[in-house]
Structures are given as C-alpha cells and as structure tokens.
Design a protein around this ligand. Structure first.
Ligand code: NAP
Ligand code: GDD
Length: 348
C-alpha cells in the first residue's frame, strides 16, 4: 500500500484528492491547521473524514512540516496548502509570500533532508500567466504575475523546477486553470454566484453584488482536475503540465447561465460594486491542455454549462434541505453576507 501526504486536505482540492487516493487504495495522511473551530466539513460532506490520518501542521512552521513528513512516511506528497484567494493576497501580501511561496521551500527542504525518493506535486496555477499573453496559454507561455498570490506561486513554481534539476527529486508543477465544484470556497466568484442564486430562488436573499463582470476564466470541474495530479506522479519522468478545459467564459456568462438554471433573469438581481474590483485583475485565461491529453491521457468531460448546472443544483438542494430542518456538514449557513466584510474604510 502506498502512503500519500496531502497538505491542505481541508480545502476543495485536498478533499477530492483524498477521496480519489482512498479509492485507489492509498493510505492517506493530511495536514490541517489548528483553528478555534473545526474545519473538516468537506471531508465529512464527501464521507471520508473517518478514513484519513490527520496531522496538525502550518506552512509557516518548518518543524511541523518535517514532523508531517516523518509521521506519514509518504511515497507521494501533494502540496496543496496555500492562501488561495487572490483578492485577499492584496490585503495580506506578506503572509501570502510566507505561506504560499516560502511554504514550498520548507516542504521541499523536508523532502531533501528525509528522502529524495518522495515524489512531489506542486499546486501551480494559471494565475502565473497574468496579463499580456494572448490565449490559449500553454507550458511555454511566459509568466507575468499580477498579484501577491501569483508572485508567491511563481517562486513555488521555480523552486519545484530547481529541486528537480539540482537534487533529482521527482517534482512536478500542475499548472491548473480555475476549477470549481459544490465544495468550492464561498469567496470565489462561481460559488458566490451559485449560492446566491439558490438563496434568491428560495426567497432568502434578493440581490448579489459582484465586481469585474468582464474577466474571463477557463473553468473546469475540480474532481476531474485532482485526477491529473495523481497522473503526473505516475509518469516515468517528472514534468510540468497545463490542466484546463480549453474554453473561456466571462463572469457575466457565468452569472447569466447560473440565474437561468434557476429560471431567473440575472440582470434583475446582480449589482456591480467597486468593492469587489481588484487593484489588478487577470483579464483572460484560456488554457491549452494538449500536452496533458497527449502524455497523461487526461481530458475533461465536464464543460462550462454542466459545471454551472452542477453547482446551482447542489446549492439549491442544500438550502432546501436546510429549510426543511435537516442538519448536515456545510459552509453556507455560517458565512456572513459579504456586504459586512470590509477590505476598505466604509464609503472609500
Ligand atoms: P482552498 O480550498 O482554499 O484550500 C487551501 C488549503 O490550504 C486549505 O486546506 C487551507 O486550510 C490550507 N492552508 C491555508 N493556509 C495554510 C497554512 N498557513 N498552513 C497550512 N495549511 C494552510 O484551495 P483549493 O481550491 O483547494 O486549491 C488547492 C491548491 O491549488 C492551492 O494551492 C491553490 O492556490 C491551488 N490552485 C487552485 C486552483 C483552483 O481553481 N481551485 C487553480 C490553480 C491552483 P484551511 O481549511 O484551514 O483554510
Ligand atoms: N471572488 C470574486 N468575487 N471574484 C469576482 C467577483 C466577486 O464578487 N466579481 C468578479 N470577480 C472576478 C475576479 O475579479 C476575477 O477576475 C474572477 O472573477 C475570478 O475570481 P475568483 O473566483 O476569486 O478566482 P481567481 O481566478 O482570482 O483565482 C482562482 O483561480 C486561480 C487559477 O487561475 C483561485 O482558485 C486561485 O487559487 C487559482 O490559482
């Protein structure tokens, strides 16, 4: 039986990847942060919470990362932990660098010191491309990061390449384009929309405020994307791969389609609020996944329309269950209205 260590197992990808690896017969270990309130709802929601070994560790604490590697004795490490919300990285640029950038150095050093046989997956991102590159973006497109988040990820990307070349570690970058699901964090625009659509359809809310409606993303389905992570570590040689659908759609398209899925007209319910505009935003991401198709045999089945339907249906279903008095692990009921989350002074 193989051992896998997943950092960030409490997040969207961590939970889906844990389920995939359990299904493949792995013994799965995952790191989590000690918080004042437990944060295991995704693992519970997917029905795998009791099958995972949990190790407390923080990406800013090298000792805890070394312990996690020693305890789990992994054959493969999937490094997913990060402060992953681009918007927040402008407000917390130093911790973005520490957690998301230097965290990669800490874990690669732990591998170098303990066993160079451990295979390593780094959660790289399409945010690395930033602006100024005409789509589609591939493995050879130059990087041009536009946020503290993507600057930190750029460091992690290159460190992964450097440890592969300098120490011969089997280290891969998955350059994943946006991928979403019903367990996506509520901060991100797709889930913010699907959750709002469900609440509006059920009379629990009237309007939702968004920022840049023209931004375009290549949105795929997270359970399919975690499969590519595993595939990368099963190849004869380590390499870097773009994972994407090859399509691009705007935030406006997403809102329109999501409201329509609930029989609503998006223009009657969506406001644009400056508060959600980023200081710098990536305008258009569209990936070219042909290398992954050719070498990994990976191809996405769920495209934009199906993704929107899956997310809206699941949020509708959960709010209906909640209104019927059912209790189940879920994030939305305890999330504040984002009108009450301030990133600038009131009126600024
Ligand atoms: P996510 O849901 O935000 O999960 C992030 C995970 O990192 C959570 O488990 C979180 O723990 C953990 N974490 C945050 N700060 C930490 C710290 N200081 N120490 C230890 N753990 C910490 O993100 P995701 O969507 O699953 O993404 C997984 C990875 O892929 C991230 O690195 C992200 O940047 C990258 N990525 C994501 C996408 C995408 O579209 N989803 C695309 C490209 C790359 P808590 O639960 O305690 O917060
Ligand atoms: N979050 C959010 N909230 N974004 C909004 C909103 C809003 O109300 N209104 C418009 N947007 C726009 C953002 O400005 C951005 O252009 C786009 O919607 C997508 O934003 P997010 O869903 O927050 O995702 P992201 O593209 O910034 O980052 C995600 O994908 C990256 C891969 O490209 C994250 O998962 C990153 O961790 C990941 O690396």
């Amino acid at each position: 039986m193989k051992n896998a260590l997943i950092t960030g197992i409490t997040g969207q990808d961590g939970a889906y990847l844990a389920r995939l690896l359990l299904d493949k017969g792995y013994q799965v270990f995952g790191t989590y942060r000690r918080l004042s309130t437990p944060n295991f709802w995704r693992l519970q929601y997917l029905g795998i919470f009791d099958r995972i070994h949990l190790i407390p560790a923080d990406m800013v604490d090298a000792a805890s990362i070394i312990s996690a590697v020693n305890i789990s004795q992994p054959d493969e490490i999937y490094h997913l932990a990060a402060q992953s919300f681009v918007g927040a990285s402008f407000a917390q640029p130093v911790s973005a660098g520490d957690i998301t950038g230097l965290g990669v150095a800490r874990i690669l050093e732990a591998i170098r010191e303990s066993s160079r046989e451990i295979k390593f997956y780094q959660a790289s991102t399409s945010e690395l491309y930033g602006n100024g590159n005409s789509p589609p973006q591939s493995e050879t497109t130059p990087f041009n990061p536009c946020s503290p988040y993507s600057a930190a990820k750029l460091y992690g990307y290159w460190l992964t390449v450097i440890y592969r070349q300098a120490y011969g570690i089997f280290a891969c970058n998955g350059i994943l384009f946006n991928h979403e699901s019903p367990v996506r964090g509520l901060d991100f625009v797709t889930r913010k929309i699907s959750n709002s659509v469900a609440k509006i359809a059920l009379g629990l809310q009237d309007r939702v405020a968004l920022g840049n409606l023209e931004a375009r993303r290549d949105w795929g389905y997270a359970p399919e994307y975690v499969e590519s992570m595993w595939l990368m570590l099963q190849q004869p040689r380590p390499d870097d791969y773009v994972i994407a659908t090859g399509e691009t759609h705007s935030v406006r398209d997403f809102a329109q389609k999501a409201f329509a899925a609930a029989g609503l007209d998006w223009e009657e319910h969506v406001d644009v609020d400056q508060k959600f505009l980023r200081l710098l935003d990536v305008e258009c991401l569209q990936g070219d996944p042909s290398k992954a198709k050719r070498l990994l045999g990976w191809e996405p089945a769920v495209k934009f329309d199906d993704l929107v339907d899956i997310m809206v249906k699941e949020d509708m279903h959960r709010w209906q269950r909640c209104l019927a008095g059912e209790a189940f692990p879920w994030d939305a009921p305890s999330y504040p209205s984002d009108a009450r989350i301030l990133t600038r002074a009131i009126g600024e």
